[in-house]
Design a protein around this ligand. Structure first.
Ligand code: SF4
Length: 590
């Protein structure tokens, strides 16, 4: 029964969400893919490997039979970043325990550095077995454990990390598993790893636990994209690394040639890809090597898809906090990095690279190619009241000097064992709770809202918004990508579909949009009045005077649709209605 060729294996994905590794749908993390590849490499035939997400098991209880009957059941999960998710609900500890109990064969649990199902349940009294009742727990890389376990005839394994050769092979060989993901193929984005480890040692971060950075050579990442693309994946995020700009270099300085090889290689093997985004760029790399960084950023903006975000871990603009926590970038340096990314990548499709940053009336109505995001962390050692003011000042300066940020992410610190923060814990965060709350509202109102208006002014078109849920009579959805904007659309539309949307209004972190182009013969009152400057009366007039018939029926000719229909094109808000509407011939039109 332990002959790999005859082994049946079920992989259950309870989802991971690490600081540099997303795995809650619509993302699929590297873990199930690498694990499947390691199984194949160890001799298990592909057709004997079944993959379920925890949501898939919840939706169809019959699937539990695969957990029950497999010779080997592998659970993948763990959370180091808590959060709310629209796309899926991570496995609860009780579910994880049930998986182990249900499995008749050998069971193995593995995943990120700290398990969400971990400490508080360890040694639970109702169970005889330890480790949440799993036979094995992988304390190193789960894919290496799986490989060695199968090779040993399910006897055991030594905890170890996998090497670059293994991961390159496994990544490619395991790509087939994505076809079994419930979101496949349309609403799925594959998280890609380019490196692990970091050259720096920030007090709160788990990444240095992997040591100094080790890069996957470009051909191996490209090969993985090729394989994923063969299995129907069209959305990719280069998210699993501490600093994309450092890719393929000495660990710190950029290597534009390696970046070019990576990005152009991906475009070559997946010419039809629809999303190519990234996560994590270290601002210190940009200020220390500005010319090489500018080149690297230009390469990224040339190959990525619009709306991409380079998250900068400024964490604090207060020098005292920076000093005490070993943070590696000052507010001044971070500002310089913001400026450089704006200049090199803040252009929009339809413009010449290098035109950025562009906004205002003349800018094309598409999202910029790549903008910085700012991560701020509170509750760090040395934090004081002044810290909050310093952070506000930094953000205000970026706005006042005419630059763009795609998002400001404010979090409170979590302390993990093994990091320097574990002694301080969450004490400061708790003490400053009130301060934190009011500051957060100020950032939302004074920075996020005007910034979003600059980044995505009314009329900005967001292609392929996936409709995800209904709330308060509206439909909410997002594009696939790194930190996508949440879009609210008037009315309850069919979920699971994808539509193009034009932005009409801004919240703090989300936008309101109407379907684009909005068919003036079919638009609802809610949709019409969502357009800036269109009140109930104008919308009522539009509806009463239907149907409208544009002679050529050509959407491109609709730039003047609004005025042709007798609608005041320059509304009070100064917004040109022709940015939003078209008139499609209805069945009743002549
Ligand atoms: S620069 Fe600091 S926060 Fe970023 S990955 Fe490295 S250690 Fe972590």
């Amino acid at each position: 029964m332990t002959d790999p060729e005859r082994l049946s294996v079920t992989i259950v994905d309870g989802y991971v969400d690490e600081p540099a590794h997303f795995g809650v749908p619509p993302y699929v993390s590297t873990y199930p893919r690498y694990t499947a590849g390691a199984l194949v490499d160890a001799g298990v035939p592909r057709e004997r490997i079944t993959y379920h997400t925890i949501d898939g098991l919840r939706d169809e209880p019959d699937r539990w039979r695969d957990v029950d009957e497999a010779d080997l059941m592998i659970y993948l999960g763990g959370m180091t970043v808590p959060g709310k998710y629209v796309g899926g609900t991570p496995a609860e500890p009780d579910e994880v325990r049930k998986l182990a109990w249900t499995a008749n064969g050998t069971s193995l649990m593995g995943g990120p550095v700290k398990f969400g199902v971990g400490d508080e349940n360890a040694g639970a009294t109702e169970t005889e077995r330890q480790d949440l009742d799993f036979d094995f727990v992988a304390k190193g890389d789960v894919e290496a454990a799986v490989h060695d376990l199968v090779e040993s005839g399910l006897e055991g394994f030594n905890n170890r990390m996998r090497d670059v050769d293994e991961v390159s092979r496994w990544a490619r060989e395991g790509a087939f598993i994505v076809e079994q993901h419930p979101n496949h193929p349309d609403y799925l984005i594959a998280e890609l790893e380019t490196s692990r480890g970091c050259a720096y040692r920030c007090s709160f971060c788990t990444e240095p636990l992997y040591g100094n950075p080790e890069f996957r050579p470009a051909p191996t990442v490209v090969g993985e994209v090729d394989a994923l693309s063969d299995h129907g994946v069209r959305h990719f995020r280069l998210g699993r690394q501490a600093d994309i700009l450092a890719y393929g270099g000495d660990g710190e300085a950029p290597n534009p040639d390696a970046l070019r090889q990576l990005y152009s290689g991906i475009r070559e093997v997946a010419p039809d890809l629809e999303t190519l985004h990234l996560d994590n760029m270290n601002p210190i790399t940009i200020v220390e090597w500005p010319e090489k960084s500018r080149e690297g950023i230009r390469i990224i903006a040339e190959h990525n898809t619009p709306g991409d975000t380079a998250a900068f871990g400024l964490e604090s603009a207060d020098p005292v906090v920076q000093e005490e926590n070993n943070l590696n970038v000052t507010a001044e340096e971070c500002f310089e990095a913001v400026k450089i990314v704006n200049e090199e990548a803040g252009w929009r499709p339809g413009e010449d690279p290098g035109d950025g940053p562009t906004f205002g009336d003349d800018a094309p109505r598409r999202l910029p190619k790549l903008l910085p995001g700012i991560n701020l962390l509170h509750g760090l050692k040395g934090e004081r009241e002044e810290t909050y003011e310093r952070n506000m000042d930094f953000l205000q300066r970026v706005y006042d000097e005419g630059y763009m940020l795609r998002r400001v992410n404010i979090r409170q610190v979590m302390s993990f064992d093994g990091t320097d923060m574990s002694d301080t814990g969450a004490e400061i965060a708790k003490e400053h709770k009130k301060l934190f709350k009011s500051y957060k509202s100020r950032v939302r109102e004074e920075i996020d809202n005007p910034m979003l208006e600059r980044v995505a002014p009314p009329g900005t078109v967001l292609p392929d918004v996936h409709l995800e849920y209904h709330q308060d009579g509206k439909t909410f959805g997002r594009q696939l990508g790194t930190y996508p904007l949440l879009v609210g659309i008037p009315g309850e539309r069919e979920l699971g579909r994808t539509i193009d949307v034009a932005v009409v209004d801004h919240g703090y972190r989300s936008v309101t949009g109407v379907p684009y182009p909005l068919d003036i013969n079919a638009a609802s009152m809610d949709e019409l009045t969502a357009i800036p400057g269109v009140g109930d009366r104008t919308a009522g007039d539009i509806v009463v005077n239907r149907p409208y018939d544009l002679e050529d029926g050509d959407a491109d000719a609709d730039a003047d649709a609004a005025s042709a229909l007798g609608i005041d094109t320059e509304t009070e808000a100064g917004v040109d209605l022709s940015r939003f509407v078209t008139a499609r011939a209805g069945e009743w039109a002549d």
